[in-house]
Design a protein around this ligand. Structure first.
Ligand code: CTP
Length: 398
């Protein structure tokens, strides 16, 4: 359903821009409001006059258009819509999005938005299949950006293959499902991610090698299925996905507090690599080499966030999922971890250095539930995330 919804439509500069005119018409027929933004290159393919006539509103093109800035700044433009749609998404626009560039209105709006973004790629088949474009696509998907198409077929340039922009009605269908959410529509999922930093003094801390990649991929996959996601993250290398409500923390204690204040949730997934110990009394000043021996650090055990939530007697999320980072006898350790902590599922992985999993892009997991043990083949962290998100949606549907 697009009735009454507000779409910010970014039209890129490609031959498929002419289809954006029909897309606007189809959206408006169905009761959507469309605010068009055109890149400079898009003006070469369709005129702002026709776009504006079909949209029934002004077209935005210039970043430094002072009248528009005073009427509606690019920040507001990026936030006022329910969904941002890029059609056609050219190779250049995708590269800009993947690289985080913001040198014109369209790319700045895409950087500033806190809304979900759907792209309809359109380009020559060789450009689409080029490793750089495929790399950018993977980055965008892991950022939580939704895609529709491209389709296979004859192209305006005379070649044949994938690269044709989806037809306007296919894009309308993708917009409807992005707005309607998916199987997790209306569900609140809490995800913890990344490492924690446990201070020793104002400049030193104890950390671990977690990049936050698996947690971010999982949050993106859950968002793609329509969930509302609260993403509580330690200082991770990987950026949180668009559309999640992000709570940034440093220490395990802060993570516990953030988790508790984010509840209630239908599902809680604990992908963070939480530091098990903290320095009992971090020094207020930088520790100095005194010449009279080494500093003696006393440790306290951190709260176990997963166990605390899994063992809640009131308001426990319906499904509590933990991860288990092991370096030996993975399944056995993970099984006993599941029982000890009281969670419903454990996603176990072998983080021995030779697996390259911790801090890497792939994962090989074993899912342990009350029903038994499943070994999943080694795959990208995005693929693990999508499979796990589907399982979560399936479990809630029962
Ligand atoms: N976890 C947590 N709070 C902690 C420690 C761990 O929430 N203080 C969660 C992790 O997010 C993960 C699960 O517990 O979902 C297991 O983490 P892991 O590091 O594998 O286990 P530990 O509990 O730290 O046990 P050990 O170090 O003995 O393997």
């Amino acid at each position: 359903m697009v009735q009454g919804r507000h779409i910010l439509l970014i039209i890129g500069g490609g031959i498929a821009a002419f289809k954006a005119l029909d897309l606007i018409r189809r959206l408006r027929e169905r009761g959507a409001r469309v605010t068009p933004v055109m890149t400079r290159a898009a003006h070469e393919f369709v005129t702002p006059l026709s776009v504006s006539a079909l949209a029934g509103t002004k077209v935005f093109s210039e970043l430094f258009d002072l009248t528009a800035e005073s009427e509606m700044g690019h920040i507001e433009l990026s936030r006022a819509a329910d969904l941002v749609v890029v059609a056609p998404a050219t190779a250049d626009l995708m590269a800009k999005m993947a690289g985080g560039q913001a040198d014109d209105l369209a790319s700045t709006v895409l950087m500033a938005t806190d809304k979900r973004v759907l792209i309809a790629p359109a380009m020559n088949v060789r450009m689409w299949l080029h490793p750089a474009c495929q790399r950018n696509l993977a980055v965008l998907q892991s950022d939580g950006i939704l895609t529709v198409g491209p389709n296979d077929g004859d192209m305006a340039c005379g070649e044949h293959g994938p690269g044709r922009m989806s037809e306007p009605l296919e894009i309308v269908a993708a917009i409807s499902s992005a707005l309607a959410g998916g199987p997790l529509d209306g569900r609140h999922v809490l995800v913890t991610s990344g490492p924690t930093h446990e201070p020793i003094d104002p400049v030193r801390y104890i950390a671990n090698r977690s990049s936050g990649a698996q947690g971010a991929a999982l949050a993106a996959a859950l968002l793609a299925l329509g969930a509302r996601v609260t993403f509580v993250t330690g200082p991770a290398r990987v950026a949180p996905p668009l559309g999640a409500e992000v709570v940034r923390v440093e220490t395990a204690q802060q993570m516990l507090e953030a988790v508790q204040s984010a509840l209630p949730a239908d599902v809680a997934v604990f992908a963070a690599a939480v530091g098990d110990w903290r320095v009992a009394q971090p020094s207020a000043q930088k520790l100095k080499k005194t010449g009279s021996g080494l500093p003696q650090l006393e440790f306290h055990e951190n709260p176990d966030i997963l166990a605390t939530v899994a063992q809640m007697t009131e308001g426990r999320p319906g499904l509590v999922v933990g991860f288990a980072a092991e370096t030996e006898t993975v399944t056995e350790h993970a099984k006993s971890k599941r029982a000890r902590k009281g969670c419903d599922w454990i996603v176990a992985n072998d983080v021995s250095p030779e697996t390259g999993i911790m801090g890497g892009t792939e994962n090989a997991v074993t899912l342990i539930t009350a029903e038994g043990v499943e070994d999943w083949p080694r795959m990208g962290k995005d693929a693990v995330a999508q499979r796990l998100a589907q399982r979560i949606a399936g479990a809630l549907a029962h």
